[in-house]
Design a protein around this ligand. Structure first.
Ligand code: SF4
Ligand code: SF4
Length: 417
């Protein structure tokens, strides 16, 4: 690595050094409590996948450039120079971590691995060593935000096609405007993912509840967050914030995408609208008797996988369980309990990297497979696209014999008059 690149990377590192980050970098006592907390280590058993080991990859660079001892006596100060080999280690640490924060719940100091890995990801971006596809996807999202008019015609035509499907399956709920768009003054802006599965069932439930809603022009997913680029994360987020403000909505409802929900909830700042996940909105409709569902629709035992970004990192634990009370008398909670739930193994951009990470995702998630199997349930519900893809891959690979379903689709399928 040339001197100029190293200097630039050190500046990027410095920009991440707020009070919380310094605490995480300075505090580890190497107590080892986090060792078995990581699903990757628990499934594969390699030391390099222990949370504290991942931290150390970043911490040693910190010591080299930001601590006196590390600067003067690198070997005594456990310091490490930023080299090409160091970058490879950063890549291995960051892109084998799903940012699930299970280790953080166990750590007595609450050291946040996801935050420490955000330094690793930023340094990789600075060195042009991040997964290129994630940056390309983030750039595409940003471009769409800049040139809405170019994409608008195709978007509206796509929505028209989907409307026919909403009417076909949920004729009564659909009414005159099955998928409203650009409704100024709507109460709720729904931000979906690209694809009918994220729009059609949601539209059915909104219409059944008599919601005054409108569909966002943008996809919820934030590839800027996956690749760890704060600037791109914000640009992608701002598209939705500006749209919500322009339409003067009271609520922004994020579809079943864990990262999109966490980013909107935690990074959008103070706004004139509230942020909800679709799970929270569906629980509200049931509580207020705005929708009714048929409890006999699903006859098999149902278990629920808490998406890390929605539950442990977003605080939505009770609502899915509230919904499931209406859908079944045979709900089977996984063990350990939701706060300590095993990650599905697909977060942090790993699912978005597709086939390239498939082998690792399968090997690193054996504990998740056991956790699901122990429930004996044959329906595995979840509320995140990433988790759904990863759990479906696990289901195929390990022949788990479950049907992986989106919770929101289950609500839509069970709707009754
Ligand atoms: S955040 Fe999750 S994947 Fe990353 S080290 Fe901690 S437990 Fe492992
Ligand atoms: S539990 Fe916390 S303090 Fe203990 S080794 Fe892990 S990161 Fe360090």
């Amino acid at each position: 690595m040339d001197r100029e690149t190293a200097d630039n990377l050190i500046k990027l590192f410095q920009g991440k050094l707020n009070e919380a980050m310094r605490f995480y970098l300075e505090t580890c006592t190497r107590c080892g409590v986090c060792t078995k907390a990581c699903h990757v280590y628990a499934s594969m058993g390699h030391i390099k996948y222990i949370a504290a080991y991942r931290h150390e990859i970043v911490r040693r660079i910190y010591k080299k450039y930001f601590k006196r001892r590390g600067k003067l006596w690198p070997s005594v100060g456990e310091a490490k120079e930023l080299t090409d080999i160091a970058l490879e280690e950063l890549y291995e640490a960051a892109y084998s971590c799903t940012g699930c924060r299970r280790c953080m719940v166990y750590c007595p100091f609450g050291i946040d691995t996801q935050m420490l890995m955000s330094i690793a990801k930023l340094l990789l971006i600075g060195a042009n060593a991040e997964p290129e596809i994630l940056t390309m996807l983030a750039d595409t999202s940003i471009e769409k935000g800049k040139s809405m008019e170019v994409f608008k015609e195709g978007f509206l035509a796509g929505v028209k096609n989907l409307e026919a499907e909403v009417v076909k399956k949920w004729k009564i709920e659909a009414e005159e405007n099955p998928i409203p768009v650009e409704v100024e003054g709507a109460d709720l802006l729904y931000v979906a993912l690209a694809g009918a599965h994220s729009i059609i069932p949601a539209a059915a439930v909104f219409n059944a509840a008599g919601e005054n809603w409108t569909l966002s022009f943008f996809e919820a997913v934030n590839f800027g967050a996956f690749v760890g680029d704060p600037t791109k994360t914000k640009l992608i987020l701002d598209r939705i914030i500006n749209e919500a403000k322009g339409l003067k909505v009271k609520e922004v409802c994020i579809c079943e995408c864990g990262t999109a929900y966490r980013v909107m909830k935690q990074l959008s700042g103070s706004q004139p609208f509230k942020v909800s996940s679709i799970t929270e909105v569906h629980a509200r409709y049931l509580r207020e008797d705005r929708i009714r569902v048929d409890k006999l629709k699903f006859k098999e035992g149902i278990t629920y996988h808490d998406p890390c970004q929605i539950a442990r990192n977003g605080g939505v634990f009770d609502e899915p369980r509230f919904i499931l009370q209406y859908l079944t008398d045979d709900f089977r909670e996984m063990s350990p309990d939701p706060r300590y739930n095993w990650c599905c193994g697909g977060g942090g951009g790993l699912v978005a990297l597709g086939e390239d990470t498939l082998d690792f995702r399968m090997k690193s998630s054996k504990v998740k497979v056991s956790q699901v199997k122990e429930t004996g349930a044959t329906i595995l519900a979840t509320a995140c696209e990433n988790c759904h893809t990863q759990l479906s891959n696990l289901n195929d690979h390990y022949q788990m014999g479950v049907e992986v379903k989106f919770l929101s689709s289950m609500v839509a399928d069970a709707l009754v008059q």
